[in-house]
Design a protein around this ligand. Structure first.
Ligand SMILES: Nc1ncnc2c1ncn2[C@@H]1O[C@H](COP(=O)(O)OP(=O)(O)O)[C@@H](O)[C@H]1O
Ligand SMILES: [Mg+2]
Length: 509
C-alpha cells in the first residue's frame, strides 16, 4: 500500500502542492527519500526515526521508500519532517488515510517528537485556503497560519503525540488564534532636525508620491538622520500591500510568532551585503532586501560603497516591482515594489566644495566617486537633493514648528487624492502611487497645463532629459500638485520637479 500525505513546496511567494508518498515493502532494512530532496529533507529520515521512537513507535523492518512528488520540483527545508512522519504512520496503519481529513502538513520534528515552527506557515495556509484544504503545523506556527482566515481548518500541535491524540479524537487541541497586529512605534521624529528645509520638503514629496530619492552631502550633515525619519511620515500599509509583505516575511521566517505589522518596512542593508542578500538568490533562491522592503523603503546609505554588480542589479526591480531570480531549472519571482532612498557623500573625503576641508584631489575625486553610480541608476532617482552642512547658528535654532505627525497628515491627504483619482480613472485595477504611473494613464493624470508643458519641453532639451527622466519629472510634478491640492499640474510644479533632477556626472564630463 502507498500512503500519501500532502504538503507544500515554495516557489517564490507561491506554494505548490507536494505529495509525500510512502511505501513499506519487505526486504533489507532501508529508509530512502527520493524526489529531489536537499540536504535538510534527506536528514528528515533521522529526525523522523527518532521522533517516532519518542512516541513509542519503531520503524517497521523492511524497505521504506519516501517519494516526494512531483519528482522534478526541488524540495528544500525542514518542513517535510511532519508529512513524512504522518505518511509513515499511515503506512504503518497507526493512522487511517482519513484521519488527516484534507489537510496539508508542515513542520520540523525534534528528536523528542516536539514540533518546531518553520518559515512559510502563512504562505502554506493561504495555499490551503485556495485548495479548500486545512493545515497541520507546529503550535508555534499557529498564530501566523491563522491569518489565512477563519475558514481554513488549522491544527497547531506542540508535539507529535498530542497531534496523534487529536486526530484520534482522544484529546482536543484548541484552534490557533491569529496574532494581534502590532504597529511599530516610531520614535525618530522630524522635529529633531534643525534647518535642512529643502531636504525635509523633498522627503515629504518622496513620501507622498512613493518616489525614489537620493541625498548628497558632506559627512555629518544629517543624511542618515533624515532617512530614518521617512517611516514616521508614511501612512500604514493598505490591506493588499500588507498581505503581500507578510507573505514575503513569512517565507523569510520573520513572522515566526505570528505578529504582523502594518508599519511600512524600512530596510537598510549594510553596503557590504552581497548581491543575493539584496536582490535575492543563493542556494535556496531566498528573497532579498528588495522584497523584504516591499511596500516600504529600501535605504542604501553610502550608495557608492555598494558593489557595482549589486547596484546594477537593482535597476530591474526598481522598474518592474518584482525581483526575478534565475535558478537552474526555473525562475523564482518575489514582489519588490519599494521606494529607494539613498545617501552618499559627494566624494571620498566628503568635503567637496569646502575649501578648508576638501582633500587635494578635488574636484577630480568627486568625478571618480560619483561615477561609481551608473547613469541609468541616477536616472531612476526622481528626486535628488543636496544636504549641505548645517551651520552652528542653525543648530542653535529652537526646534521646528512641525514634526512628523503634521507632515504625515499632509502625506496621507496627498496619497488619498492619488488613490481616489486612480480608482475613478482606472476602475478595477490595482491602485498605484504617482511614482508608478505609466503610459496613457500618466499622460491623462499628470499632463501639465500649457505653460508647464512649454517649460518641460525646453528643459528636456537643455537638460538632455531621457524619456525616462521626462516621465519621472511628470510624476514628481503630479505629486507636488497633489500636495498643494491642485487638480492640474501647473508650471510651478514642473519647475520644482525639474529642480530635483540631477544630471549624472557622466553627462557632465
Ligand atoms: N540638521 C541636523 N539637526 C540636528 N542634528 C543634526 C543635524 N544634522 C546632523 N546632526 C547630528 O549629527 C549626527 C550625524 O548625522 P548623520 O545623519 O549620521 O550624518 P550623515 O549621515 O550625513 O553623515 C546626527 O546624529 C545628529 O546628532
Ligand atoms: Mg550617514
Amino acid at each position: 500500500m502507498v500512503a500519501v500525505v500532502q504538503t507544500v513546496a515554495f516557489e517564490g511567494v507561491d506554494a505548490r502542492t507536494v505529495d509525500v508518498q510512502v511505501q513499506i515493502t519487505d526486504g533489507i532494512a532501508a529508509f530512502t527519500v527520493v524526489g529531489l530532496p536537499d540536504k535538510a529533507v534527506s536528514e528528515a529520515r533521522e529526525r523522523v526515526r527518532a521522533a517516532l521512537k519518542g512516541i513509542g513507535l519503531s520503524l517497521p523492518p523492511g524497505r521504506i521508500t519516501v517519494n516526494l512528488s512531483p519528482a522534478d520540483l526541488p524540495k528544500e527545508g525542514s518542513h517535510y519532517d511532519l508529512p513524512v512522519a504522518l505518511a509513515i504512520m499511515t503506512a504503518m496503519d497507526v493512522l487511517s488515510p482519513d484521519d488527516l481529513g484534507g489537510r496539508f502538513a508542515m513542520g520540523e520534528l525534534g528528536l523528542d517528537g516536539s514540533l518546531r515552527p518553520v518559515a512559510g506557515a502563512l504562505v502554506a495556509a493561504m495555499h490551503a485556503a485556495g485548495c479548500d484544504m486545512g493545515l497541520v503545523c507546529a503550535e508555534a506556527s499557529g498564530p501566523e497560519a491563522a491569518w489565512a482566515g477563519e475558514n481554513v481548518d488549522i491544527i497547531a500541535a506542540p508535539n507529535l503525540l498530542s497531534l496523534l491524540s487529536h486526530l484520534k479524537g482522544r484529546q482536543m487541541l484548541l484552534p490557533p488564534v491569529a496574532a494581534a497586529i502590532e504597529d511599530a512605534e516610531i520614535t525618530a521624529d522630524m522635529i529633531d532636525i534643525k534647518g535642512q528645509e529643502s531636504a525635509k520638503r523633498a522627503l515629504e514629496v518622496t513620501a507622498a508620491g512613493g518616489h525614489n530619492m537620493l541625498m548628497m552631502g558632506p559627512p555629518g550633515s544629517g543624511k542618515s538622520m533624515l532617512a530614518s525619519r521617512l517611516p514616521g511620515i508614511l501612512p500604514p500599509l493598505e490591506a493588499r500591500e500588507a498581505l503581500e509583505g507578510w507573505m514575503v516575511a513569512s517565507l523569510a521566517g520573520e513572522l515566526l510568532g505570528g505578529n504582523v505589522t502594518r508599519t511600512r518596512p524600512f530596510r537598510d542593508p549594510h553596503h557590504s551585503a552581497s548581491m543575493p542578500a539584496i536582490i535575492g538568490g543563493g542556494q535556496r533562491a531566498k528573497s532579498g532586501e528588495v522584497s523584504l522592503a516591499h511596500g516600504g523603503v529600501l535605504f542604501l546609505d553610502e550608495l557608492p560603497e555598494f558593489s557595482r554588480q549589486t547596484l546594477e542589479a537593482l535597476r530591474q526591480p526598481i522598474e518592474s516591482g518584482r525581483a526575478v531570480i534565475a535558478r537552474a531549472a526555473a525562475h523564482v519571482t518575489y514582489p519588490a515594489r519599494f521606494q529607494l532612498l539613498a545617501a552618499m557623500n559627494p566624494c571620498r573625503c566628503g568635503y567637496l566644495g569646502d575649501v578648508t576641508q576638501a582633500c587635494n584631489r578635488a574636484p577630480r575625486c568627486a568625478a571618480d566617486y560619483q561615477g561609481k553610480i551608473s547613469g541609468p541608476l541616477y536616472d531612476r532617482f526622481d528626486i535628488c537633493v543636496d544636504v549641505p552642512q548645517v551651520s552652528a547658528s542653525d543648530l542653535h535654532l529652537p526646534p521646528p514648528a512641525e514634526g512628523s505627525a503634521e507632515i504625515a497628515a499632509r502625506v496621507k491627504l496627498a496619497r488619498n487624492i492619488q488613490l481616489e483619482r486612480f480608482a475613478a480613472m482606472a476602475p478595477g485595477q490595482q491602485p498605484v502611487m504617482n511614482a508608478q504611473l505609466d503610459g496613457k494613464l500618466l499622460e491623462a493624470i499628470a499632463g501639465p497645463d500649457k505653460a508647464g508643458r512649454a517649460l518641460l519641453l525646453s528643459a528636456t532639451e537643455s537638460m538632455r532629459l531621457s524619456a525616462r527622466g521626462y516621465h519621472r519629472v511628470l510624476r514628481v510634478a503630479r505629486t507636488l500638485a497633489d500636495l498643494a491640492g491642485d487638480a492640474n499640474v501647473l508650471k510651478v510644479h514642473i519647475a520644482e520637479a525639474l529642480s530635483y533632477r540631477r544630471l549624472s556626472p557622466h553627462a557632465l564630463k
